[in-house]
Design a protein around this ligand. Structure first.
Ligand code: PAF
Length: 282
C-alpha cells in the first residue's frame, strides 16, 4: 500500500490511475480504525478498482473544549488495517499541508447542520464539510464511503455534494456493532469498564425504538420519550439529545409517514465521553 503525506503525491498517483481508466474510491477517516472503517474499505474495494483512504484528525471540526488533542491515534496500526481490508493507498497529511498559512475558505452548509449534533457542536459540520470537499478535490473519487453511524454527517455531505454539484457518488454503509450491541467508535476506547457497560443503553434505546416502529407506532414523540426513559435509568448516562428527524432535511418530524425515511438519532454522555447511535425507518 502506498503512503502519501502531500497533496501533490496523492494527486499524481490518482491521475496516473485515471489515465488507466481505473475507478477510484475514497474512504475518509480520522484513523484509529475499527471494524466499522474496515467494512467501508472492504465495500469500496469490491465496487472500485482503487481505494484511497485518508487518515487525518481534522482540527477544524473540533470545538475548543472537545477532544482534538486526546483523540486516539495509531497510524502504523491503521496502515496494517487498511492494507488488509484492500486499500491501495493512504493519504495522511499534516494540518499544515491541509490548512497552510492564511487558510480562510470554509464550506457552510446550512439547515441540515442546525439540528442534532449541529446544536451541541456548532463548528463541527463546517469543519467536516470543508475537509471533505478538500479531500474530494484532492482525490477526485468516483465514489466516497461513509458510515451510517454518523447519520447527520451523511445527510450533510449528501446535501453539500448536491448543492455544489460535486461529481462524486456518496455511499452510506450500515452501522457495525460489537457483539453486545454497542456501535463501534474510536471514542469507545475512552470508556472505563463500568462506563463500557453503561454505554449499552444507547443500543438498547435504539432497539426499543425499532421494536416500537415494527409494532406500528407512528407517533415519534412516544417513541422518543420511551427511548429517553430507558437511557435515564442509567446513572452514568446524560442525554445530549434523542430526536426524530427527516433523513433528508434533518428537521424534526412528529409522525412516521409512508415513503419518507425518519432518522431516530441520539447523543448521550457516558461519563465525559459523548457517544452517538441511531436507526432509520424503512
Ligand atoms: O467521520 C469522520 O471520521 C470524519 O468526520 C471525516 C468524515 C473523516 C472528516 O474528518
Amino acid at each position: 500500500m502506498k503512503v502519501f503525506h502531500t497533496v501533490e503525491e496523492v494527486r499524481k498517483y490518482v491521475n496516473q490511475k485515471r489515465k488507466n481508466d481505473k475507478t477510484i474510491a475514497l474512504v475518509p477517516t480520522m484513523g484509529y480504525l475499527h471494524e466499522g472503517h474496515e467494512s467501508l474499505v472492504k465495500r469500496a474495494a469490491k465496487e472500485n478498482d482503487i481505494v484511497v483512504a485518508s487518515v487525518f484528525v481534522n482540527p477544524i471540526q473540533f470545538g475548543p473544549n472537545e477532544d482534538f488533542e486526546s483523540y486516539p491515534r495509531d497510524f502504523e496500526r491503521d496502515c496494517k488495517v487498511l492494507e488488509k481490508a484492500g486499500a491501495a493507498a493512504v493519504f495522511n497529511p499534516t494540518a499544515e499541508e491541509m490548512y497552510g498559512e492564511n487558510f480562510t475558505t470554509y464550506v457552510n452548509t446550512t439547515g441540515v447542520t442546525e439540528n442534532l449534533c449541529g446544536k451541541s457542536r456548532p463548528v463541527h459540520f463546517k469543519g467536516v464539510c470543508t475537509v471533505v470537499l478538500k479531500l474530494f478535490n484532492i482525490v477526485t473519487p468516483d465514489r466516497a464511503y461513509f458510515g451510517q453511524k454518523d447519520a447527520q454527517q451523511l445527510s450533510v455531505i449528501r446535501r453539500m455534494v448536491r448543492d455544489l454539484n460535486v461529481p462524486v457518488e456518496i455511499v452510506g454503509c450500515p452501522i457495525i456493532r460489537e457483539k453486545d450491541g454497542l456501535a463501534k467508535s474510536s471514542r469507545n476506547t475512552y470508556l472505563s469498564e463500568e462506563e463500557r457497560k453503561a454505554a449499552l443503553v444507547l443500543s438498547q434505546a435504539v432497539k426499543l425504538g425499532q421494536e416500537m416502529v415494527a409494532d406500528g407506532e407512528k407517533d415519534t414523540m412516544k417513541i422518543v420519550s420511551k427511548m429517553k426513559e430507558l437511557i435515564e435509568k442509567e446513572p452514568l448516562a446524560k442525554i445530549d439529545y434523542v430526536e426524530a428527524v427527516d433523513l433528508d432535511d434533518v428537521e424534526n418530524v412528529l409522525s412516521i409517514s409512508d415513503g419518507k425515511k425518519a432518522l431516530f438519532a441520539e447523543a448521550v454522555y457516558i461519563g465525559k465521553t459523548r457517544l452517538i447511535d441511531n436507526f432509520i425507518t424503512e
